[in-house]
Design a protein around this ligand. Sequence first.
Ligand code: 1PW
Length: 217
Amino acid sequence: PLPLWGEEFNIRHVQRAFKDSLTPRGEILLREYLHGWRQLTKFMDALGTAFGLISQETQSKITIMQQHQDGHHGLHYRTVQSMVNFELASGLVGFQTLPATQPPSGCRTLLRLHRALKWLELFLHKLGTSQKDDKPYQMCLDTYREALAPYHSWWVQHAAALAFLAMPSRQELYRIIFTRQEKQAAQAIVLTTVESLGRVYNVTQDVYSAHGMLELP
Ligand code: 1PW
């Protein structure tokens, strides 16, 4: 059973969910993966209303994945691998155009979360290795440009850049991420989280790349 998840954002929950999502056989459990993402939306919400659009968009992708899990074929949506196999075999992926199916395919939806995970991994890595005077706004913008902006339309890129302006200071960010007692271990926890995200990202990347699915519309 999954642990009880509190209302407050706690980076340890993110770390735990993504760590637990990867099985010893190298499968990615979607339930844990999505739990990790739910925790991350709490983080975005804690960053303030400017991040509302980003949080809502993420939430809507999580909801689509949830609909698949709750649907008729829910059993096939246990792991990333079983989802990919099922949607490939059923012709549900939609390689050329956005599939007309409602909800949109799990593969193209997860791909959005997967790309965003890379951004988050890079951002947290920068944060975890940053110096006192480094600016989260700049870290956020740089990593967004590197990992996610290439997949976004012009207007989304501008909306995102605007939201980043509201990014809190490094000190405030650390206060959001950690409770007081944990301050000393703060950077270590961030980097452990980065490691867990990275492992999950790499496995997903391999699966998608093996099936030529890295550019799904
Ligand atoms: C430090 C802040 C943490 C950020 C976590 C990462 C969240 C990334 C969400 C970015 C959302 C930007 C606005 C929406 C963009 C959509 O067009 C895009 N969605 C995503 C998740 O990239 C693509 O989805 P679509 O339009 O092809 O359905």
